[in-house]
Each structure stands twice: as structure tokens, then as C-alpha cells.
Design a protein around this ligand. Structure first.
Ligand SMILES: [Zn+2]
Length: 450
């Protein structure tokens, strides 16, 4: 308890529940974060640790729990609450492996697409390099093409989400400093099996645009003291088919309750939907507005779904429906044709759409620097050294043996082993004797008649 009371531990104390067992508390929480989280650190814990006090004030206090590993010599694991379950956070190595495994499923489903080439095809005239960040200790590749798709790419999307999450946290802190209220509004439309996803999205996008451009919408926004919005597009697939919806962070002058805000803004969404040919959203389900704590909790978890254990996958398939990543994982694990077909329909409907949209002037108001998805995806650590430069044959062998994630892990944990590892990979590729994957254009195989 002594540690919790110390001001220097304030940031961690905010996210460490009272029920945390004695053992992790008996050593500084930061050490725990290093042990468990070397792994989990990348998107989640690292940022939690950096979370400013203002943002942390808003987070539910029992968000994360540290549990000692049995016989682990003081090692602790991080668990996070999702709904009613405590789920273990994965290590960085596990998370990266999952991302590359999911990526291989996308490569199969979207043959020849930009995303299928991402992290596999070289940038012309460059060689593939294994880099090691001297700042974060992480390894990564340089010289490869990146797709920057937030919807389709299991490698690029988390990188972009991570940056967006940091931006949103900064915006919420700044809003609090300026005395603004932040609320989380969710907008949905009645949906059913057989809905045409692409058409529904088009209409929803137009309806949402109407709520800020038509006269009724403008008046309603003025009435609630709305200073700006960040609109996020999401989708799940459940028993009633596709469920696209918007989460909107509302930045308001303050003084109104979420209930009051809802009663003023709801009609503008309902009317706009009707005008655009969508069924009228109900008072009960069409619009939901929640206060600052829910907004902070939403932002803190945004884009982190990959980092949960499989329990979350199952959870995501229950009442709330499956996320597209869950559908992709299902296909990857079981080759389920239905999941593949659903994911392909999702890919076709969402490709090229904006996932996250800041209203005009809000970035300036909250001093958030703009950076586009492609810039983020291509961003590399400036403080990094080259551990190895791979020949074309070596890179082909890495792809053939699906060793992309393992090579990075070796580079991080034991840089001296990179060359022996590559020799092992070459031997394995030779033994597998599979034709090299597409670093050059693969010719479509001629169909044999039965
Ligand atoms: Zn990508």
C-alpha cells in the first residue's frame, strides 16, 4: 500500500485495482509492467503507463489487474476486464505472431491486392533489412511495401490505431483542461439479415453528414453547445446480420447531462436516416449518449481487440456479434467458408471508407497534429540500427517458411542468432520444396477439367 500512496506511482495507482494481490504491489508496479509487458507493452501497457493523470482520472479504476505468475519469480501477468470477464493480455511476441498469421489469411483471400503484398513485397530497388530500435528494443523490417489499410490489414491497422488512440487521449486531456465536457454517442439503424452492407453504409454516411449540415442539425448542435466531434465507423456481424454503427465523441461546452444531449440530438439522426431511405432508428436503440467515463473507457480500448486472448474472440461472437477480425480469425483457424464469405463482403464494402473523422476545426481547437494513415504505417523508428540485410533468396525463404514474426523475435531477444536463424530458415525452405510465394507476380494456375 505504501507504493500506491507515493505520488510517483500515481499513474499506475490509477489503473491498479484495490483488489490487486499483495505480491505485485510489494515491488514497484513499473517493474511489473516491464516483465509482463515486454510483451504486452507495445500498444497497451506502454501507453497506459504514459497515460496522463487527467485521462486516467476518467478511466474505470478496476480496468487492469496484475496477477503473479506461479513460480514465476516475481513475474506478473496483466489482465484486463472485458464485459464481465477478466482476460489475459498477450505478450508482444504472441500479438505479433497473431497479426502475421491473420495476415496470411488476408493474403489468401485478397490475392493480388495491395494488402496481400504488404509486408511481403519489397520496395523496388531496396533490400529487406531487419532493424532494431535502440530506443524501444523492438525489431522491425525496412524496405517492404506497406498498405496502410485500417480495415483489412492485421499488421498496418493496429499501428494506425495505436497512433489514433494517442491522439484521442491527448484531445480528451486538452478538452478537460479547457473545461469542455466529452461524451460518447452511439448511432445505429435498425438492420436485418440480407441487408446490402455497401448500400446501407452509403446511406448512413450521408445521413450522418446531414446531421451537421442541415438547418435542424445545426440548431441542435448549437443548443447542446457542441464544439466538435470525432466520428468512428465500426461494424459487427451477429444474429441479425451486419450491424454498422457510429461512435461519436462529442466535445461540448458543458452543463448538460447525457440524457439532455440525447433528447436534443436524437431527432436529427432519426430524421436524417428516414430522409436517406433507412428505417427510422428507435428512441430506445437508435441513439445512446454516455458521459466522460464511458468516453475515456472507449478510447482506452480502441483498436486493442487483437491483443486479447481467444476468450475475447468467443465473447465477441455472442450478444454483440463478431468483429471483422474475429471473422478473419475464424477463417484462419477453421477455414470456415461462411466466415471467409462474410469477411470478403465486409472488405468490399469498407475498403476506402474513412474510419475516423474529426469535425472541421476540432484538431486546431485541441492542438492535435494531423498525420494520415499512410504516413503512420510507413513510419519507422528513427533511432534504429540495421541488424541484417537480407538477400532476395533469404527473404523468399522467410516467407516460404512463414518465419516473419519469428525472425523479429530472434532479433529482439538474441540479435547474435539472426544469421544462424536465417541459415536454419534456408534449410527448412529447401526441405519444404514449395515454390516461392509471390515476390514476383504469380501466374494463375490453369483450371483442370474434371
Ligand atoms: Zn498493411
Amino acid at each position: 500500500m505504501r507504493i500506491l500512496a507515493r505520488p510517483s506511482a500515481a499513474t499506475h495507482a490509477q489503473i491498479t485495482p484495490k483488489s490487486t494481490p499483495q505480491k505485485p504491489l510489494s515491488r514497484p508496479p513499473a517493474a511489473g509492467a516491464r516483465t509482463a509487458g515486454r510483451g504486452a507493452s507495445e500498444g497497451s501497457l506502454g501507453t497506459y503507463a504514459k497515460t496522463s493523470a487527467a485521462f486516467a482520472d476518467l478511466l474505470p479504476k478496476n480496468n487492469i489487474k496484475w496477477v503473479p505468475v506461479e513460480g514465476g519469480d516475481g513475474e506478473v501477468k496483466a489482465f484486463e476486464v472485458r464485459g464481465t470477464q477478466w482476460l489475459e493480455r498477450k505478450t508482444l511476441a504472441q500479438i505479433r505472431c497473431d497479426r502475421y498469421r491473420l495476415k496470411s489469411a488476408v493474403n489468401r483471400l485478397l490475392i493480388g491486392s495491395r494488402t496481400s503484398k504488404c509486408c511481403r513485397w519489397k520496395v523496388p530497388t531496396q533490400s529487406v533489412q531487419v532493424m532494431h530500435s535502440t530506443e524501444h528494443g523492438k525489431a522491425f523490417y525496412a524496405g517492404l511495401q506497406v498498405c496502410a489499410s485500417v480495415w483489412l490489414c492485421p499488421v498496418c491497422a493496429p499501428k494506425i490505431s495505436e497512433r489514433r488512440r494517442v491522439e484521442l487521449r491527448g484531445a480528451m486531456d486538452e478538452a478537460q483542461r479547457q473545461g469542455l465536457d466529452v461524451m460518447l454517442m452511439t448511432l445505429t439503424v435498425p438492420h436485418g439479415l440480407g441487408d446490402d452492407l455497401d448500400g446501407m453504409l452509403d446511406r448512413m454516411m450521408k445521413a450522418y453528414a446531414d446531421t451537421s449540415s442541415n438547418r435542424a442539425g445545426k440548431n441542435a448542435r448549437k443548443a447542446v453547445g457542441l464544439r466538435g466531434t470525432v466520428r468512428v465507423l465500426e461494424v459487427t456481424h451477429g444474429r441479425n446480420g451486419w450491424h454498422p454503427h457510429f461512435h461519436v465523441l462529442l466535445f461540448l461546452d458543458g452543463g448538460m447531462s447525457p440524457h439532455q444531449v440525447k433528447s436534443i440530438l436524437a431527432p436529427t439522426w432519426q430524421d436524417a436516416c428516414e430522409k436517406r431511405g433507412l428505417p427510422r432508428p428507435s428512441d430506445e436503440h437508435g441513439v445512446d449518449v454516455r458521459g466522460g467515463q464511458d468516453a475515456a473507457a472507449y478510447v482506452s480500448k480502441w483498436g486493442l481487440e487483437h491483443e486479447m486472448t481467444k476468450g475475447h474472440l468467443k465473447a465477441s461472437r455472442s450478444a454483440k456479434g463478431a468483429t471483422p477480425w474475429a471473422l478473419l480469425a475464424e477463417y484462419q483457424e477453421t477455414r470456415c467458408k461462411r466466415s471467409a464469405a462474410l469477411w470478403m463482403a465486409y472488405a468490399a464494402a469498407f475498403k476506402g471508407r474513412r474510419q475516423l473523422c474529426w469535425s472541421k476545426g476540432l484538431r486546431d481547437l485541441l492542438a492535435v497534429v494531423e498525420m494520415d494513415d499512410a504516413e503512420i504505417a510507413a513510419q519507422e523508428d528513427s533511432a534504429a540500427v540495421i541488424l541484417a540485410e537480407l538477400t532476395d533468396d533469404q527473404w523468399r525463404d522467410v516467407l516460404t517458411t512463414r518465419s516473419e514474426a519469428s525472425l523479429l523475435q530472434v532479433a529482439e531477444e538474441n540479435p547474435g542468432e539472426v544469421q544462424p536463424f536465417l541459415q536454419g530458415v534456408a534449410a527448412m525452405a529447401k526441405a519444404m520444396a514449395i515454390p516461392p510465394p509471390v515476390t514476383e507476380k504469380a501466374k494463375p494456375r490453369a483450371r483442370r477439367k474434371a
